[in-house]
Write a protein that binds this ligand. Structure first.
Ligand code: ZN
Length: 138
């Protein structure tokens, strides 16, 4: 969009412990200038269950600002250890992340979707991703 800066997107938990690890991981991995950050409490569960249409739409509106206005080509969906908004155990959260990725992948085939798990050491682990046409971030 001619603003000269590159962006990726995260759909992250609002938990203050996960913002910096996730943003640093994404900036390092994709060599971008900025990470647009959409937060909810336990967004992996919200997008996997997809039973709260208002919340899902709210996330989608912000996702579209990032992918359209900022031309983001990657969105990362995050789950984490000790989540107050999603009390499921790790194994179930990983399944939710995968389902959430599959859901969000239907929004725009040109945007790559990856799943991230932030563990008990606050390290970021890439656990799943679904496909897009263009896997290269330019
Ligand atoms: Zn959380």
């Amino acid at each position: 969009m001619g603003i000269g800066k590159t962006f990726v997107t995260t759909i992250n938990c609002m938990d203050g412990r996960v913002q910096i690890p996730v943003n640093e991981y994404l900036m390092s991995k994709y060599k971008v200038d900025y990470v647009d950050t959409i937060t909810e409490a336990g967004p992996n569960k919200i997008l996997a269950d997809a039973d709260n249409a208002i919340l899902v739409e709210s996330i989608k509106v912000r996702y579209e600002v990032s992918t359209i206005k900022h031309d983001s080509k990657v969105v990362a969906i995050v789950g984490h250890y000790d989540c107050g908004g999603n009390t499921a155990e790790e194994a179930e959260q990983l399944v939710q992340i995968k389902k959430a990725c599959e859901h969000v992948a239907t929004w725009n085939e040109n945007v790559k979707v990856i799943g991230l798990w932030v563990d008990e050491t606050w390290a970021v682990n890439e656990i799943a991703w679904t496909v897009t046409v263009d896997e290269v971030v330019s």
